[in-house]
Design a protein around this ligand. Structure first.
Ligand code: GDD
Length: 364
């Protein structure tokens, strides 16, 4: 996404023959915030440096946020060269495009660096000073983009910064990332559409925050007097297993009990009417050739300099928001117009409780 001095926004969109899920997601975002009128999308591709150079020269942006990526770490093992081209060389193409357009002293550049670059971590809590040790083609490519961004800052005096963002989630998360896979599966199980979800490594831990809080920090990084890199994280870490437990709780299905070991481990429901139902199984299909076991970030620099609030969205609230959004989506698919309410909404509603039951209601 690109900001111009006239506060018009421009974005890059890849051409595809059929409508993709991400295009639909983008259309929803533009419609929801009524930004369609001031945001122009241009066809382009991170693998096409000529097109990027032409677009940057034409748009002449004053801020540029490079969030473009093949962003699935697991998939990067299957398509490493493409991932490297988009995530690594893509950033270089943008930096060169800025320079070739003569904008190196006017256009501020944000590079989406990632906690994945810490990989097999060399310090228990990762900060801006922690050394990198990437564990996937995805992270290796991102590390190139990170270092080339710093190089353009040093070599050409560009305002070019890297945001070292730890995992940031929301109901808009792609369905193949673990948090959304879980929230969607919990909603489907609650609605009776599915019996069980299949996951990979339950014991990986991640520092999970809310994307809407992190985007504010990204913007703040480009408004500083001097260009610097920042870690953005909550400073708390939880396992995939803990996310599953919180999601079933948020979905109103009570606690789960883990039974078995290794890939034979399962989670079963505990609530009296569903007790014993297996709702999580494991498969090697969803494990990675080399895993990032544990990540937890130190956000103190972002807190002190950017005013970032790592407590803005507590973990349980993030999980509940994702699960509830998926319950609403599934209910809408089943019966358009269905009303879904949270316990908080029902507590503050003036409508008598009986009225709620005229329509099927999921609660969280
Ligand atoms: N995707 C997925 N699917 N991951 C699973 C599954 C599963 O079925 N089961 C367990 N996991 C584990 C993964 O092995 C990993 O340890 C953890 O869940 C999180 O996986 P993802 O949700 O795919 O995210 P990620 O941590 O690999 O990477 C995300 O966050 C990075 C940091 O912000 C991506 O968004 C990256 O693009 C981003 O850089």
């Amino acid at each position: 996404m690109i900001h111009t001095q006239f506060r018009r926004d421009a974005g890059l969109i890849r051409r595809v023959s059929s409508t993709s899920a991400s295009q639909e997601r983008l259309a929803r975002v533009l419609a929801t915030h009524d930004c369609g009128s001031r945001c122009q999308l241009h066809h382009g591709d991170m693998c096409d440096p000529c097109c990027l150079a032409r677009l940057v020269a034409h748009i002449r942006p004053d801020e540029m946020y490079n969030l473009a990526a093949q962003s699935h770490v697991g998939v990067s093992f299957e398509i490493p060269a493409y991932t490297t081209e988009v995530n690594g060389a893509g950033a270089l193409h943008l930096l060169e495009a800025i320079r070739l357009a003569g904008l190196q002293h006017s256009c501020r550049f944000y590079q989406a660096s990632t906690s994945e670059m810490f990989g097999k971590v060399l310090e228990p809590v990762q900060s801006e000073r922690t050394a990198f040790n990437p564990r996937s083609p995805y992270a290796c490519a991102k590390l190139f983009a990170h270092t080339i961004t710093k190089n353009y800052r040093d070599a050409y005096g560009m305002y070019a910064v890297c945001g070292l963002l730890f995992n940031h989630e929301s109901p808009r998360r792609g369905e193949l990332f673990v948090t959304r896979k879980i929230s969607l599966a919990v909603a489907a199980i609650a609605a009776g559409f599915e019996d069980c979800m299949v996951l990979g490594n339950l014991d990986a831990t991640r520092d999970w925050g809310h994307a809407r809080d992190y985007v504010v920090a990204m913007h703040a990084m480009l408004q500083q007097p001097t260009p610097e890199d920042f870690v953005v994280a909550t400073g708390e870490t939880r396992s995939v297993r803990a996310f599953v437990e919180a999601a079933f709780h948020a979905g109103g299905m009570g606690s789960v009990l883990w039974q078995g070991t290794g890939l034979d481990e399962v989670a079963v429901l505990q609530a009296p009417h569903t007790a014993g139902r297996v709702v999580v199984r494991l498969s090697a299909e969803f494990t990675r050739p080399s895993e990032v076991d544990a990540l937890i970030g130190d956000p103190r620099k972002a807190v002190a300099t950017l005013g970032f609030n790592p407590r803005a969205t507590p973990f349980e609230q993030l999980v509940a928001e994702m699960v509830h959004a998926d319950m609403v989506r599934l209910a809408e698919m089943r019966a358009p117009g269905l009303v879904i309410s949270t316990p908080e909404q029902r507590a503050t509603s003036s409508a008598p409780a009986e009225e709620d039951h005229e329509m099927p209601i999921f609660t969280i």
